[in-house]
Design a protein around this ligand. Structure first.
Ligand code: DOR
Ligand code: ZN
Length: 335
C-alpha cells in the first residue's frame, strides 16, 4: 500500500461555529490537524478580547484531544491602538470582511477609504498582527475577486510591513498578485483545487459545492494548482471548511459554504499524488504556514494510505463535500 505521512498539518482558515455545531465539527478537525486559524464570523462576530478568550475556551472544550491549537482571530473593525494592544496576545490575526459579502459579514467594512483604515492598519503593522482578507467586491459574482485586486494593491503599498493574507483565492488574478508585493500571501482551499463553476451549476445545481468565493474558470483552477502543487512559499492551505445544517444548504436560498474538514487531507493527497507532487504537500499544508505566521504547532504525525474511502453521507446533519462518493486516500494513523 502506498502511504504518505504529514507532520503537524495546519488549516489556516476554518469555520468552527459555536454551540452544538462547534461540538459536532471541532473534533473532526482536531483529529487530523495540529492547529487551525479559527474564523470570527459568529453572530455576533468576535470583536473583543473577552470574546476571543471565551470562544477559544469553548473550542478547546469541544475538542477531545489536547494536541490541537485553535489560533484565534478577531473580526476587523476600525479599532484603536489601546484596544489592539490589549488584544494582541490573544489572537494570531484579524479577519476583514467587506460588509454583507458572505455568511455573517453584515458588520464588516463598508468603505475601503485607506485614510479611515490607516490608524488601525498602521498599529496592526507595528504590532505585527497579520490582516486576513475576504477579498471580494459586490460586483458581478465571477468578477468580484479580480475587482478586489486594486484594494489589495492599495493595502499592500500603504502598509508594506503589514502581512496581508488573501484568503481562499480562486483566480489567476490573485495568483499573479503574489509575486508583485512582498507582503501579500494567500490561502487556498482544497475545493478550489478541484472545482470550476461547471461543477457547481453546469449540470444539476450542487448546493454542497456552493461557496463564496464561487469556483471560477478552468484557467483559474490551473493557476491555483500551479502555485499549490509547487507549494509556492507564500501560499498555505486553508480549508474554509464552512459547515451549515443540511436544511440550510438544501433549501431555497442555499447558504454559502463547503464542509471539507474531515476529508481535506485525504483529498489533498489525492490531488498532489495525481500530479506527482506529494513531496510538496508538507510545505503546503504546514511548513509554509509555520514560517509565515511564526508558529510552532503541537506535534502530530498523520499517515494516509492510498485505498478507497467512502465519504460519509453526513456528519450529524452536516453534509460534506463528495458525500456518499469514494475517494482514493484514507487516514490510516494519527500519532
Ligand atoms: O462559502 C463561504 N462560507 N464563504 C465564506 O466566506 C464564509 C463561509 C461561512 O461562514 O459559511
Ligand atoms: Zn471562510
Amino acid at each position: 500500500m502506498k502511504t504518505h505521512t504529514l507532520l503537524m498539518p495546519l488549516d489556516m482558515h476554518l469555520h468552527l461555529r459555536d454551540a452544538v455545531m462547534l461540538e459536532n465539527v471541532a473534533p473532526l478537525s482536531a483529529y487530523s490537524f495540529s492547529g487551525a486559524l479559527v474564523m470570527p464570523n459568529l453572530v455576533p462576530p468576535i470583536s473583543n478580547a473577552a470574546e476571543v478568550v471565551a470562544y477559544k475556551e469553548r473550542v478547546l472544550a469541544a475538542v477531545p484531544n489536547d494536541n490541537f491549537e485553535p489560533y484565534m482571530t478577531l473580526f476587523y473593525k476600525n479599532y484603536d491602538k489601546t484596544f489592539l494592544e490589549s488584544v494582541a496576545d490573544e489572537i494570531l490575526a484579524i479577519k476583514l470582511y467587506p460588509a454583507g459579502i458572505t455568511t455573517n459579514s453584515e458588520g464588516g467594512v463598508s468603505s475601503f477609504d485607506i485614510d479611515e483604515m490607516r490608524p488601525t492598519l498602521q498599529v496592526m503593522s507595528d504590532l505585527q498582527i497579520p490582516l486576513c482578507v475576504h477579498g471580494e467586491t459586490d460586483g458581478f459574482v465571477m468578477d468580484r475577486e479580480a475587482e478586489f485586486m486594486s484594494i489589495y494593491e492599495l493595502l499592500a503599498t500603504n502598509f508594506p510591513k503589514l502581512k496581508i493574507i488573501m484568503e481562499h483565492i480562486t483566480t489567476k488574478a490573485a495568483v499573479d498578485m503574489l509575486d508583485k508585493y512582498d507582503n501579500l500571501y494567500a490561502t487556498i482551499t482544497v475545493h478550489h483545487l478541484l472545482l470550476t463553476l461547471d461543477d457547481v451549476v453546469g449540470g444539476m445545481m450542487q448546493p454542497h459545492l456552493f461557496c463564496k468565493p464561487i469556483a471560477k474558470r478552468p484557467e483559474d483552477l490551473d493557476a491555483l494548482l500551479c502555485v499549490a502543487l509547487e507549494a509556492h512559499p507564500k501560499v498555505m492551505f486553508g480549508s474554509d471548511s464552512a459547515p451549515h445544517p443540511q436544511h440550510a444548504k438544501e433549501s431555497c436560498g442555499c447558504a454559502a459554504g463547503i464542509f471539507t474538514a474531515p476529508i481535506a487531507l485525504q483529498l489533498l493527497c489525492e490531488i498532489f499524488e495525481q500530479f506527482n507532487k506529494l513531496e510538496n504537500l508538507q510545505d503546503f499544508v504546514s511548513d509554509n504556514a509555520q514560517r509565515i505566521y511564526g508558529i510552532c504547532p503541537e506535534f502530530k504525525e498523520v499517515t494516509l494510505e492510498k485505498r478507497p474511502f467512502a465519504v460519509p453521507e453526513n456528519y450529524n446533519g452536516v453534509v460534506p463535500m463528495y458525500a456518499g462518493e469514494t475517494i482514493s486516500w484514507a487516514i490510516e494513523t494519527v500519532d
